[in-house]
Design a binder for this molecule. Structure first.
Ligand code: NAI
Length: 346
């Protein structure tokens, strides 16, 4: 199948070519993000492959439809950037990569926790400048620390497993509690109880209307003074302005972000020669107790190989008229071809 791969980077090309040895698809690599203006570049392709910051809103989908595109192949797990209702109405097949190395994101989460707690980012800069003072570098033992894990799916579960190894006290919140997480020693509690108890909070739930801005001024006011907040899921789970106020008042003592609500105009690009126009983001960078990484949680060899493999397999399945990792308008997976009744039509 001829596939327009938007938001391409050199590593995307490399991993897609490697995985394609088993599939034989034809790629048109496009370095722009998918948007209303770049949709025309998919002319002649049956599928478009997009990533977290591409825009698949209704108007963009309509343009793709006019050009004969019938499939949207997400090379990521999250799908908040696709208007699934419009996609279904327009007859698109939307497939995603529901699982690929949850270890990648979980381990990055732990990296942020350790770096913030022991001020590794600051210590590294200081030593390079010949400053060997310990002032301001005092951390705390993770052993025994109460940690709240919000969302205990694939990534949240691995986070529980790793933090359990450190000897943390684990508290979890998820509308669908997971027995494996209970067996790791985590106790499911309400969000309010978690906010009142935990010194570290880490977000591992999807961005959906109910979770947008779940970390807002009200939630922050219920948290422990000096709490560490980590978000490696999706930027808009957090109201960034409220978090900045929390940092200024010291209610939030540490902030680790791998995602940012307005990241689409910043992340994945080298903007080092430009002036950052986003004043909220620029303010975040002023705090010494904040670490921001550039949506790199997924970025390990293992995870990227898994993403390329599943994406191309999803496209092949679609080519053969099968459902594989395809989403309905409500965001749930359609049954797989083998599980589908004979009359089931994709
Ligand atoms: P998953 O689908 O396995 O788990 C998500 C969990 O969140 C589920 O257990 C679900 O019940 C729970 N959940 C749903 N609504 C909730 C709510 N209101 N409050 C608390 N929990 C809720 O997803 P997975 O693979 O663990 O990924 C989690 C998130 O990580 C994704 O949604 C995505 O946004 C993010 N992600 C980030 C990456 C990065 O590079 N930084 C890469 C991959 C995923």
């Amino acid at each position: 199948m001829k596939v327009a791969v938007y938001n391409t980077k050199p590593w995307v090309e490399c991993f897609f070519w490697q995985a394609n040895a088993n599939y034989g698809h034809e790629f048109v690599f496009i370095y722009e993000r998918l948007s209303e203006s770049s949709a025309r570049l998919a002319k002649g392709c049956q599928a478009v492959c997009i990533f977290v910051n591409d825009n698949a809103s209704e108007s963009v989908l309509r343009r793709l439809k006019e050009m004969g595109v019938t499939m949207i192949a997400l090379r990521c797990a999250g799908f908040n950037n696709v208007d699934l209702v419009a996609a279904e109405k327009l007859g698109f097949c939307v497939a995603r990569v529901p699982a690929y190395s949850p270890y990648a994101v979980a381990e990055h989460t732990i990296g942020l926790i350790l770096a913030l707690n022991r001020r590794i980012h600051r210590a590294n800069q200081r030593v390079r400048e010949g400053n060997f003072s310990l002032d301001g570098l005092l951390g705390f033992d993770l052993h025994g620390t109460p940690v709240g894990i919000i969302g205990t799916g694939k990534i949240g579960q691995v986070v529980c497993q790793i933090l359990g190894g450190f000897g943390c006290q684990l508290y979890a919140y998820d509308p669908y509690p997971n027995d494996a997480v209970k067996q790791l020693g985590a106790q499911y509690v309400s969000l309010d109880e978690m906010y009142a108890k935990c010194l570290i909070l880490t977000l591992h739930c999807p961005l959906v209307p109910e979770t947008r801005y779940m970390i807002n001024a009200d939630a922050i006011s219920k948290m422990q003074p000096g709490v560490m907040l980590i978000n490696t899921s999706r930027g808009a789970l957090i109201d960034t302005r409220a978090v900045i106020n929390g940092l200024k008042s010291a209610r939030i003592g540490f902030l680790g972000l791998d995602v940012y609500e307005e990241e689409a105009d910043l992340f994945f690009e080298d903007l080092s020669e430009q002036i950052i126009q986003d004043d909220v983001f620029a303010r975040l960078l002023m705090f010494p107790n904040v670490i921001v990484t550039t949506h790199q949680g997924f970025f390990t060899i293992d995870a990227v190989q898994g993403i390329a493999e599943t994406t191309l397999s999803n496209i092949t399945a679609f080519e053969h008229g099968q459902c594989q990792n395809t989403l309905t308008s409500s965001g749930v997976h359609k049954p797989s071809a083998s599980a589908a009744p004979a009359a089931y039509v994709e």
